[in-house]
Structures are given as C-alpha cells and as structure tokens.
Write a protein that binds this ligand. Structure first.
Ligand code: MG
Ligand code: MG
Ligand code: MG
Length: 309
C-alpha cells in the first residue's frame, strides 16, 4: 500500500510542497508514496495554485478520509488538522516544524520536527543528510514554501537554517531573485478581487481549543491593509456569523507584510481578555499589533496564556 503523504487541512504552500517533497523523498529511498492534500485542486489557495503552475507541477491528489490508509503527515501533528478518521489510519511518519500535537501511534515511527520556519527546511536537511537527489521542480516548490512560511525571512519564525536552505535551494531551482519571486507569490496570495467572502475567511484559518473554549484565528497576508477597506464590513459580518457557531472568539489577522504588523479584527465574548493578551485596545472592532506577522509564534501563545492554557 502506498503511503499517502498529507499536510494539514486548509493546505498552505508548505503543506502542498512538503507533501510533494516528502513523497519524492520516500520514493527515492525505497518506499512507495503519493503526495496528497486535504482539498480539491480547484479549491486550493491562490498562492499554492500559482506556484504549482509556475513550476509545472501537478497538484497533489485529494485525500479527505484516511480510514484504512498508511499516512505520513507533514506540517502538522494535530488530530484537528488531520483528514477524517485519522484514528483508523496507520501514521508511519511525521515531518513538521510546529509544536507537537495530539496524534499518537502504536508503533515507533520516523518523527522529524525542528523549530525552524518551514517544513521544507526540515525536508531539505533530510535530503542533504541522506544524499537524496533533489529534482529541480521539487526544489523550486520547497523554495517557495520557505519564502511563504517565513514571509520572505521577515517572520520571527525564520531561522538561519531557513535562510541557508533558501540559498542552497535557489541554486538547484535556478532562481536568482527570491525577492521578486516572493512578491509574485504575495500578489497571488493577497488577491481578493472576486473572491467569495467565505473563501477569503477560510483561506488560512484554524480553530484552536483554548482551555475548553473554541477560538478561531484566520489570517490574510496583504501588501497593504487598504486592500480590504472596501470589503471590511462584510468580512466582520462573516466573522460574527462564524462566532455564533459555538466559538468564544474569532480573530482575524490582516497582516501588512510591508509595514510588518497586523490589524487584528476581534469578535469575542471577552474583548478585555484579548486586549490583555496583546497589550492593545480594541477600537472599532480591531487593534493594530506592531510586529505581529506569525499566528503560530505571536498570536497563539499570548492567547493561550490569557486563556490560562
Ligand atoms: Mg502550514
Ligand atoms: Mg509550515
Ligand atoms: Mg503558514
């Protein structure tokens, strides 16, 4: 049985690129594997779609239900971000760069996690350590994933290892200007023209359990926050609707990649709690948090602390 290599739900470019990269790695080292993702190709986010098209790589297969399958997980290890029926699957490997989640296994597995900015940085090291040849198109996708996850090295999650991986991958990929590659990706990612509100809200959205309370956090990375001025009222309405569905809070990060900060929309039962987490005041439904770029590193941990996790 082939190993299905799959990233988290609502896949981002790292989840897609890491699935393709790790499937290639497994095949090259003698394990039959296939790259998968938890979405239909037609619904994949615009950045990943643009990246696959640019480098001529087919989108991974869709995998929504893992029952009875052998799976390798990339870019996550939380049951909440896994395909349905993950408990009826055999997890054979995990490669990640997040905090360790709640997936458990019955047998020892390959588990490789590092506190770096991107799963593809971890994978790049695995290729190097084990002398596995990295094809040009796979290297190109990994390069894009690292630029995306580290926000072109600006995110606090970015490490020296990520920069080093990019320097090596761009050589294999034949890319000279990673800044212009990043801006091309940002343009695709932040395009909101004609995008249905629901797709915009869920483009990069995750629910978290915070001390028994459900908290949703979405993020849009923008070249400027002004890009959403015309749809802001509709966006807030959509977040309010989402909150009604059993959530204590819904936060939405409008991240200005150029100014390096986030306009954080807050829809919550307890604004004071959210304010205490970030040391800023909610005014007209949002707060500006200077320097906030990363949900994982700058939004989730202070919230968990405020919720008493
Ligand atoms: Mg990811
Ligand atoms: Mg990642
Ligand atoms: Mg990400």
């Amino acid at each position: 049985m082939s190993v299905c290599v799959v990233g988290h739900s609502n896949p981002d470019t790292d989840s897609v690129a890491a699935a393709i990269s790790f499937a290639n790695y497994l095949k090259a080292t003698g394990t039959d594997a296939v790259a998968c993702m938890q979405i239909e190709a037609a619904k994949l986010n615009p950045e990943s779609t643009a990246v696959l098209k640019k480098f001529g790589v087919a989108a991974p297969q869709t995998l929504m239900d893992a029952a009875g399958k052998k799976v390798a997980l990339v870019d996550f290890s939380d049951i909440g971000q896994a395909p349905a029926n993950i408990k009826d699957a055999e997890v054979v490997a995990i490669v990640d760069h997040h905090k360790i989640g709640d997936i458990t296994t019955n047998n020892p597995i390959l588990f490789h996690a590092q506190p770096v900015g991107c799963t593809c940085t971890v994978l790049h090291e695995m290729y190097k350590t084990n002398n596995v040849t990295l094809p040009k198109d796979v290297a190109s996708l990994m390069l894009c994933a690292i630029l995306s996850d580290t926000v072109n090295f600006k995110s606090p999650t970015c490490t020296e290892a990520d920069k080093k991986a990019v320097a090596e991958l761009k050589g294999i990929a034949g890319v000279t200007d990673t800044d212009s590659l990043f801006m091309e990706m940002l343009k695709a990612k932040s395009s909101i023209d004609g995008v249905p509100m629901k797709d915009l809200v869920f483009r990069d959205y995750k629910d978290f359990d915070m001390n028994g309370k459900k908290v949703g956090i979405g993020q849009l990375e923008l070249a400027t926050v002004d890009q959403v001025a015309g749809i802001r009222a509709d966006l807030v309405k959509a977040l309010e609707d989402l909150k009604k569905d059993g959530r204590h809070s819904v936060l939405f990060m409008l991240t200005d990649v150029v100014k390096e900060g986030t306009d954080l929309i807050v829809v919550s039962d307890d604004n004071a709690l959210i304010e205490s987490a970030f040391g800023a005041k909610v005014e007209n439904g949002s707060m500006w948090v200077n320097g906030m770029m990363s949900r994982k590193k700058q939004t989730v941990p202070p919230l968990q602390k405020a919720f008493g996790c």
